[in-house]
Design a protein around this ligand. Structure first.
Ligand SMILES: O=C(O)COP(=O)(O)O
Ligand SMILES: [Mg+2]
Length: 227
C-alpha cells in the first residue's frame, strides 16, 4: 500500500542546479496512488510537469493560491493578487525591481501572488508586505508575496475535499518553508536533506540524501513501511 503523494518541485525533484532530475520521472509515473504536484511556481509549470511526466494533472500552484484537479476539472483560486501587486509597486517605488527582466515568466501567469528574485533585497520587501498584512515566503528560490492563510497545507485540504480523500492518507515531500504547512497537515512528511530549518522542523522525517536523491529515498521509505 502506498499513500497518495504531494510533492514539491524546486529543491525536491531537482538537482543542485535547479534542473529536474530525470530519475524522478518513472517513479512519479508509476506511483499507484494520486500524485499532487504542489509548488510555489505559477500554474503553467506544474501543469506542464504533469503533462510531460505523463500523470493526471493534479496541481497546487502559487504556494496554494491555485488548485487544479483533473478529477473534477475545476480551477480554484484563493489570495489577493492586487494586495501583492500594491506591495510590489511600493517596492519598485523604493527603487528596486523584481529581478526577472521585462518579460518575466516567473510572474507572467501568476494570479494570486507575486514573486521577487532572491538576489534582490529581502528586508524592504518584508517590511512593505508586513505593513500591508501580507506574508513573504522565502522558498530558497524566490521571495513570494502571498496572502495570509494561503499555503500548501490549506490547499491540500481543498485537494482532499475534492478527491474524497483524507489528509491523513497523504504523504508530502518538500524542502522549504513553503512546504511546512503541508507537512503539518498530512499523515506523513519528508524534508529532503537540503531543506531549510523551518521545513526540517515541521517534517516527520528528514532524508539522508539531498535533492532528488532525497525524494527517491522518501519514496522507498514510503513503499517499505506500508505493507
Ligand atoms: O517557486 C518557488 O520559489 C519554489 O517552488 P517550489 O515550491 O516548487 O519549491
Ligand atoms: Mg521547494
Amino acid at each position: 500500500m502506498t499513500p497518495p503523494l504531494a510533492v514539491d518541485i524546486d529543491g525536491t525533484l531537482t538537482d543542485g542546479t535547479g534542473a529536474i532530475d530525470p530519475r524522478v520521472m518513472t517513479p512519479l509515473r508509476e506511483w499507484p496512488d494520486p500524485v499532487v504536484v504542489a509548488t510555489g511556481k505559477a500554474l503553467p509549470y506544474p501543469v506542464a510537469l504533469c503533462h510531460f511526466v505523463g500523470i493526471p494533472t493534479r496541481v497546487v500552484a502559487e504556494n496554494g493560491g491555485a488548485v487544479y484537479l483533473e478529477d473534477d476539472d475545476a480551477l480554484t483560486f484563493v489570495g489577493d493578487r492586487e494586495a501583492a501587486q500594491r506591495v510590489v509597486d511600493e517596492y519598485r517605488e523604493r527603487g528596486y525591481d523584481l529581478g526577472y527582466g521585462d518579460v518575466d515568466f516567473t510572474n507572467r501567469w501568476r494570479e494570486t501572488e507575486l514573486a521577487v528574485s532572491l538576489d534582490r533585497p529581502g528586508e524592504p520587501l518584508r517590511e512593505l508586505a508586513a505593513a500591508a498584512g501580507m506574508h513573504v515566503f522565502d522558498t530558497g528560490y524566490a521571495y513570494h508575496v502571498t496572502s495570509p492563510g494561503v499555503d500548501k497545507g490549506a490547499a491540500l485540504e481543498t485537494v482532499c475535499d475534492r478527491l474524497g480523500r483524507s489528509l491523513d492518507e497523504f504523504a508530502m515531500v518538500g524542502d522549504s518553508e513553503n512546504d511546512a504547512a503541508a507537512f503539518e497537515v498530512v499523515g506523513e512528511s519528508y524534508a529532503v536533506a537540503n531543506a531549510d530549518e523551518t521545513a526540517k522542523r515541521a517534517a516527520d522525517h528528514v532524508t539522508e540524501a539531498s535533492y532528488a536523491d532525497g525524494f527517491l529515498e522518501a519514496l522507498e521509505a514510503l513503499q517499505s513501511h506500508r505493507p
